[in-house]
Design a protein around this ligand. Sequence first.
Ligand SMILES: Cc1ncc(COP(=O)(O)O)c(C=O)c1O
Length: 373
Amino acid sequence: MKLFDVYSLFDITPVRAKGTRLWDEEGREYLDFYSGHAVISVGHCHPVYVTAITEQLNKIGFYSNSVINPMQVELARKIGELSSLEDYSLFLVNSGAEANENAVKLASFHTGKDRMLAFRHSFHGRTSAAVAVTDNPKIIAPFNARQKVTFVDLNDLDAVEAELAKGDVAGVIIEGIQGVGGIRIPEDSFLQDLRRVTKEYGTVLILDEIQSGCGRTGKYFAYQWAGIEPDLVTVAKGMANGFPIGGVLISPEFKATKGMLGTTFGGNYLAMAAAIAVADIIREERLIENAREVGDYLKARIPASPRIKEVRGRGLMLGIEFHESAVELRRKLLFEQHVFTGFSGTSMLRLLAPLVTTRDDVDTFVSALSAVL
Ligand SMILES: Cc1ncc(COP(=O)(O)O)c(C=O)c1O
């Protein structure tokens, strides 16, 4: 059997990683300024994280959600503290798309309504409801296209209100910062207005923090920059530093009933050990503060160049937008300078460096960028 060939691959085989670095099979060292798509938060192979998963595997690796697992309760408490959403509840799943799937479902259960509002350039995942609220027709199959979804422009409050006024909108889903769509930041005042109008119209506000969450923007969740509290928040990626996990943080207004949601693997012991270790490391090593400080340093150090149109983002979630295609520049960064970066479209270099990134790492990145510019 061969692999289903859906990924464009770099001709690189990483075999080892530590902190902000990876090494390929020839021993070549790479600086990671992309975190494998916003996943690495506390750094590759952090010793506390490795020990937590290893020790857990020697105790118990798996049982289903039909028994008491105190680690789930411990994780919920720790995420509550980190996010200041102590009175919310946590539903644990296995990926970002699955978190959004359940959030959309909850919004619909809660309101009894069946239409979703999402934003242009959004990305929320590739499963049924998640892909339906994603603004990319190329990845929406005819089956998914049958769901009721309306897309409006980011920061366009009038358009949102006009849709909410129709009375059939179960939920509005928005990324804390649009990642795949090009590091587009909802204005703080827009998020505050969105919170107000969704309350007025009895519509559920879902914040997708799958890419922008877990501290990378210099707050635990990016929406906290606007000082709001959503009804539902979805998390994944950085939450367990690469161990598959996802979660929905659910406001106290939602009442759980037995069997309403469920999953086989969600909340398993290994994912709990990984996510608890990540939460502890983030707190003990003050990584949210580090992301903010080092992110500010990075933003300030990006060299001025006539080729660069704009630098935007928060903390270590930054986009460098070029006037023209940056495909060749990114290729050179990887193959000549040995630095991993990401893309949004073809003219934006997307940086999602681990939360443990240092000023020295930034200096290394800046010289690499200057060299290819
Ligand atoms: C904002 C956002 N939501 C949802 C997802 C989907 O997450 P997953 O790939 O874990 O299903 C992603 C993945 O890139 C994302 O960036």
